[in-house]
Ligand binder design. Sequence first.
Ligand SMILES: NC(=O)c1ccc[n+]([C@@H]2O[C@H](COP(=O)([O-])OP(=O)(O)OC[C@H]3O[C@@H](n4cnc5c(N)ncnc54)[C@H](OP(=O)(O)O)[C@@H]3O)[C@@H](O)[C@H]2O)c1
Length: 286
Amino acid sequence: MSVTIPAVKLNNGQQMPIVGFGVFQIPAEQTEKAVSEALAAGYRHLDTAASYGNEEAVGRAIAASGIARDDLFVTTKLWVQDAGEEPTRAAVDASLQRLGLDYVDLYLIHQPYGDYYGSWRTLRSLTEEGRVRSAGVSNFHSDRLVDLAERTGFTPAVNQIETHPYFQRQTDQDVMAGLGVQHQSWGGFAEGRNNLFTDPVLSDIAAEHGRSVGQVVLRWLTQRGIVVIPKSVRPERMAENLDIFGFTLSADELIRIAALDTGASLFFDHRDPAMVSALGSRRIHE
Ligand SMILES: NC(=O)c1ccc[n+]([C@@H]2O[C@H](COP(=O)([O-])OP(=O)(O)OC[C@H]3O[C@@H](n4cnc5c(N)ncnc54)[C@H](OP(=O)(O)O)[C@@H]3O)[C@@H](O)[C@H]2O)c1
């Protein structure tokens, strides 16, 4: 199937499709099928992570697809256990091996914990070596993002953070725009929390356009210039989540959606000491 997906331009000139396919919580044994179906639906941007345990399956689907490497945009992420200069180099090598790729388009520091300044130095070298096309971060609050960008002089291309109608992150997006960092949403549907798919405001707007709530949410995010990576294991939803460019939300509709913001996470705050401790000590390999 041929689908045209607009791209955003990162701060190093690289193009990134504004819609990708996320594979968090897809069990490894189901991931090859899901990614193959997503590629058949027209996705060309894939988002995985070392900690998801499914990079090999993503790699098998890429290899089986026959799609030219240049036509794909592949992201993976560094787990906290591998923070630091040398461990990061080894972790990138291991991810590339599992993915069966010579380079990734985007490599993110998954969490703002551990020696991520050491990781960042290594990622800068790896972008120069070409093993990583763009380097970025995830789950960085704006204070940490500013410090990393300004103290190192190497600005992340992307910050991937929880962003959905109940946690809209406008202030963070403004900080990112000031730095030249592309805002990427994870959990764009809040994984369905807060009854997002039956939200009355979103349902009314969806009905006005003859679209689904999911499409309204993804259109709202992309109209804000935010890159999205919806996850689904169902081919009909994969197609639905890509088909979001045939309508535009009005200024009035944007205001109604803006009013849904609670300003707080529906998951957890990455500054919560209990989470810093729990995630920081999680191990994904020996
Ligand atoms: N950097 C990070 O720390 C971080 C954290 C979380 C996620 N992520 C990334 O962001 C991606 C997306 O986030 P997420 O997977 O947490 O959640 P999400 O995309 O917000 O929501 C996924 C859920 O929505 C359902 N769904 C998908 N499309 C739908 C539609 N059109 N209508 C109704 N239901 C629909 C899916 O069910 P079915 O599968 O049954 O369709 C699944 O239960 C992840 O896959 C991952 O790549 C990153």
